[in-house]
Design a protein around this ligand. Sequence first.
Ligand SMILES: Cc1cc2nc3c(=O)[nH]c(=O)nc-3n(C[C@H](O)[C@H](O)[C@H](O)COP(=O)(O)OP(=O)(O)OC[C@H]3O[C@@H](n4cnc5c(N)ncnc54)[C@H](O)[C@@H]3O)c2cc1C
Length: 492
Amino acid sequence: MNKKEHVVIMGAGPAGLATGHELTVSGVKVTVIERNDFVGGLCNTNEHNGYKFDLGGHRWFSKNEDLNNWFRRLMGDEVVWVERISRIYYDGGYYTYPISIVNVIKNAGIFTIMHAGITYLISALQYSIFNKSINNMRDAYVAQFGGKLYDMFFRRYSEKVWGLPCEELSADWVSQRSAGLSIWTVIQESLLKTKSDNESLIEEFMYPRDGYVRIPQRMAEDITRADENNAIHLESTVTGIVYNGPNDFDVTYKDVQGNESTVNATSVVSTIPLGVLPRILKPAPAPEVIEAAKALSFRALITVNVILRKERVSIDTWLYVQDEDILFGRLHEPKNWSKAMVPDQSTTSLVLECFCTEGDHIWQMTDEEVGQRCVEDLEQKLKFIKASEVIDFQCVRSLQAYPVYDLDYADNIKVIHDYLAGFEGLHIVGRGGTHRYNNADHSIEMGLLLGRRILGYDVDYMGVNTEPEYHEIKTSKDPKRDYYKVEEKEGA
Ligand SMILES: Cc1cc2nc3c(=O)[nH]c(=O)nc-3n(C[C@H](O)[C@H](O)[C@H](O)COP(=O)(O)OP(=O)(O)OC[C@H]3O[C@@H](n4cnc5c(N)ncnc54)[C@H](O)[C@@H]3O)c2cc1C
């Protein structure tokens, strides 16, 4: 690629910044346009009275060792290792996650485990022997774990996250997130403890000492440092993209005062929601593309950040809360991840994740109501705190947090892809950008590979996060890609 070219990146989340990082290492001029007043997208860390809160606990984990090396080089001495202890709160009991059969027996008793065994055998017969088809998320979980374990550990939490019955959600989510994890893996891990050398459930992970936002911040620092012509425009919303022909675009964005600017680009990288992109692109698409775009939906998130006059609340990295009568679905205690997340070690903090949809009854509650309700649930239901120990709380609202995999999402994506194929030099990448349930490492890996693609390398960036494998298991068969080696040689 000609180094004089100019790439405009829409969105300064991990995917957009990773593309920018890879391009600027090779001297390509980039302009990043970001709606928020911060970089990082969903990987933001909010600071409140010296306490730092991720938007829900974000850990760094990748099965790709080259990417892990890239991460270590980027973050230098900012990386800490965190021991992972995750539990599920279900009907008043605490269960280890990933699920352990021994722990289920201890908590729920031998009859429950026998019930689980029988329902598993029934589903094994139905799905493996009689080839019953898997049509939705419920079928996919039941085929893997049987009806009882699905009901105990997957149904209620999934429905809390997605706001829809599992029968109305695609099975793809399960195959992306937990294919390869079966009741047999669970038994092997928990009962027999026969971890082979090359296969283990993740028990430790890397984390940036001062919060996850340091990852996008580090990339942004490198991008602006690489060349004075590179720019990251914050508080700037992309409102229109005009395609003048192959590798010739005009991108228009608006700042908070409403002033419009237009910038010309040889390539455009979009990390803005795939459902939004066709609606701001010219030439405008046919009505069926607009319909497909409108049908792609997201779940939103309200995180309640609580500061407490108490040394520690939990031992967990995450606690998954199944019960519907508790407003939040997951919590974490930032201090358990890194001591630097709290300024005073005699105090602690919690982040509570309330899944919702823009405009629904949770979204319509005021911040005060959401916070008070969460404090009540913590005190009265989980018995974790006394309300008098709360020093302060703060709510953070995020739209477009979870791309919804409803039963039509794959068909809608295909309609949009067909339309976008006509725009030479326009690339989609990232979680909302591709409407794919990416973790940050997937978005970064996609972004780095897209950078390579724009530089002329023959790499498949859209192949990231499509392997139907359980993300929690590392195996010696995991792909080892060499794409980041050039950067290593250059010492960037
Ligand atoms: C509660 C929660 C917990 C998570 N935990 C983990 C975890 O433990 N580990 C992990 O790896 N991942 C985790 N993730 C996922 C991770 O946050 C995402 O995968 C990652 O942020 C996706 O990066 P992205 O760049 O693709 O998208 P985003 O982070 O969504 O970035 C897109 C950017 O585009 C901007 N934008 C949108 N529209 C416009 C516009 N019109 N103009 C300009 N800018 C625009 C947005 O403001 C945003 O900054 C979690 C996510 C959530 C919600």
